[in-house]
Each structure stands twice: as structure tokens, then as C-alpha cells.
Write a protein that binds this ligand. Structure first.
Ligand code: ATP
Ligand code: MG
Length: 316
């Protein structure tokens, strides 16, 4: 890990366990950077359209579409990436899905490990190398797949020692291993499985890739609604007698209310414990950014803007 500030980097991959809030954070980060006056390309890898939905725009395509001042979005398409590569580097223009090339691509992509990964990584690195944007934010695959994607240039480098392919993967590796340019953000929630997956991923990324882990984002933190003193009060009024008196006063409904208060306390306490486990297991000096649970809007542009504000508080 490096002391390089996240916002200065040109290529940010956002990963984490399924469902922890990768897309939400990638969108919030892209919005925050655009608010800071940077030109940003948000890139969605798995074509679910979630990143576009976070900005309430139609599903992205391979060709970046501008969604607001300073912010464009694209969706990765490895075949389109190959076509662009052939056109740019070998000056072979390929229009549409021309039979032999498409077939060769399908064959290669299924037969050779790393082909899809290199086309994905190659495309985002290319955008960085050409300085088309100040920052490329990648809504990357979940923990299971990210390591093979980030290590694709290295893996291919180990196989191919010289020639055209080698000269291509060399410059990608250079970008990926430079913490001033590239960084990984791992999103987690303060829960048991996401925390243990995060700790495993930190180990795997450090061991098997050259990409710097920039920040861990702990998403969905619960606010401290009640103090220990409040809890003592809840305990006192949760007795049968206490509930009876309350129900008399408020005309019923005391039990679900008291249970909700207890649940809020228990949940928060367990999340605090998981957060402590995470802190204890991470390498010293790796920054943690905390993002609270959103209670009102959890999707769409308003949620994205809200996340951007929380991230700005912690990162700027
Ligand atoms: N801080 C938050 N507060 C409340 N809800 C949240 C928060 N962050 C994310 N969510 C909600 O959690 C769900 C999953 O979030 P998101 O789609 O960003 O996760 P993901 O990691 O990208 O998921 P996937 O692995 O499916 O791509 C969404 O419904 C989102 O609105
Ligand atoms: Mg997602």
C-alpha cells in the first residue's frame, strides 16, 4: 500500500464481495471526482447496467457516453475491445461481427486463459495511457475474479518473453504497478463473511498482483442511535410491567417498538465487532473509509450524490 492519495490516481478498480456496494461506491467515487472538476470515465465490467442505473441513464455501451459534466460511462465488451485494438495497433478495421475474426475470438477467449481479462484490463489501461480522462473508475468484478483480471498482464508476460504481445503487456504492467496511477478499492460491510473475504483478498492481491491497495471502504455502518444509558432504560421498560404501563399510555404497540430498539443496538454492536476484526487483520497504514447505511434513498442519482458527499468527507 502507498501513501498516494486515492483521488490523484488515474485508474481506480472497485471490488469486494457480491452485494456489498461495489457499484454504489464506484458511482459515488466517480461523482465525487467529477464534482472536484476531474474528467471521469466510469467503466462497468459485467454489463448488468447497474452503474448506469446509479446515474439514472440508459445502459452503457462500449463507446463512452457523457452523462453529466466531466462524467462519462462505458460498459466493457471484450469483443469490441479486440476490434478496437486491431484497428488501432494493426490498422485492421473490422466492421461488425465478421465471421472468421469473431470465431477466432470466441475460440481464443474460451481456450486461452487470460484473453478476456487482458482485453478488459488493456482497454482501461489504454484509456489511462492516452489520458482521455483524468480518472477511470472501474466497477470491477467481485472478489473471486478480480485477482485474475489484475494479474492478467503479468501472467501473459510470464508466458510470452518477446514480441508484439510482450510489448503490449509491458506498458499495462507499468501502469498497474505504479501506485501514483493505479489503485484498488476494496468495499466491504461490517459483517462476518464480507470481512473475512476482504482479509483474504488483501492477501491474494498482495501476493499475486502488483496493484496497490489504496483504500478499504466499509459500507453500511449503522449510526449510534442509543447510548449504554439508553439501553438500561430500554431494559427497565421492557419488563412485563413496564410494557403494560407503556401500552396503557400509548394504546398498545410498545413491544415491536422496544424490539426494534433492541435490534438496532444488537446489530450495531455486532457490526462494531466485525469492524474491529477487520481493523486488526489489515496491514498497518491501510486507510479505512467509512460510509453509513443510507436510510431513505438507496439507489439512483440521489443515493449516488449522497455517497459522493460521504466519500468527499473522508477522502478530500
Ligand atoms: N450505504 C448503503 N445503505 C443502504 N443501502 C445500500 C448502501 N450501499 C449499497 N446499498 C444497497 O445494497 C444493494 C447492493 O449494492 P450494489 O449494487 O452497489 O452492490 P454490488 O457489490 O455492486 O453488488 P453486485 O455484486 O451484485 O454487483 C443495492 O440495493 C444498494 O442500493
Ligand atoms: Mg455491482
Amino acid at each position: 500500500m502507498s501513501a498516494e492519495p486515492l483521488i490523484e490516481r488515474n485508474l481506480i478498480f472497485v471490488t469486494g464481495k457480491g452485494g456489498v456496494g461495489k457499484t454504489t461506491m464506484a458511482a459515488g467515487l466517480a461523482q465525487m471526482l467529477a464534482d472536484e472538476g476531474r474528467t471521469v470515465l466510469g467503466c462497468e465490467i459485467d454489463a448488468k447496467g447497474d452503474l448506469a442505473a446509479a446515474f439514472e441513464v440508459p445502459a452503457s455501451r462500449f463507446v463512452p457516453q457523457k452523462v453529466s459534466d466531466g462524467l462519462s460511462l462505458m460498459a466493457m465488451d471484450t469483443e469490441a475491445s479486440l476490434r478496437e485494438y486491431l484497428k488501432l495497433h494493426l490498422k485492421i478495421p473490422i466492421v461488425g461481427r465478421i465471421g472468421p475474426v469473431a470465431k477466432a475470438f470466441d475460440f481464443l477467449a474460451t481456450a486461452a486463459p487470460g484473453v478476456k481479462e487482458i482485453l478488459t484490463i488493456g482497454k482501461v489501461c489504454w484509456e489511462v495511457r492516452e489520458r482521455h480522462y483524468d480518472t477511470v473508475v472501474v466497477d470491477a468484478p467481485a472478489t473471486g475474479h478480480i485477482v485474475s483480471q489484475l494479474s492478467a498482464p503479468q501472467v501473459i508476460n510470464d508466458l510470452v518473453k518477446v514480441g508484439l504481445i510482450r510489448s503490449q503487456t509491458d506498458w499495462m504492467s507499468e501502469i498497474l504497478r505504479d501506485p501514483a496511477q493505479a489503485g484498488l478499492v476494496i468495499v466491504t460491510t461490517p459483517e462476518e463473511m464480507p470481512v473475512s473475504e476482504t482479509l483474504e483478498l488483501v492477501g491474494a492481491v498482495t501476493e499475486r498482483t502488483e496493484v496497490d491497495i489504496a483504500t478499504i471502504v466499509v459500507n453500511r455502518l449503522l449510526p449510534e442511535r442509543f447510548t449504554p444509558r439508553d439501553e438500561a432504560v430500554f431494559d427497565a421498560i421492557s419488563t412485563e410491567q413496564g410494557r403494560a404501563i407503556l401500552n396503557d399510555e400509548i394504546g398498545g404497540g410498545a413491544t415491536p417498538l422496544l424490539e426494534a430498539a433492541r435490534l438496532a443496538t444488537v446489530l450495531r454492536r455486532s457490526r462494531t465487532q466485525h469492524l474491529d476484526t477487520l481493523r486488526a487483520g489489515l496491514p498497518d497504514g491501510l486507510p479505512l473509509v467509512l460510509v453509513p447505511e443510507l436510510f431513505f434513498r438507496t439507489d439512483g442519482l440521489r443515493a449516488t450524490r449522497q455517497v459522493a458527499v460521504h466519500l468527499a468527507e473522508e477522502l478530500l
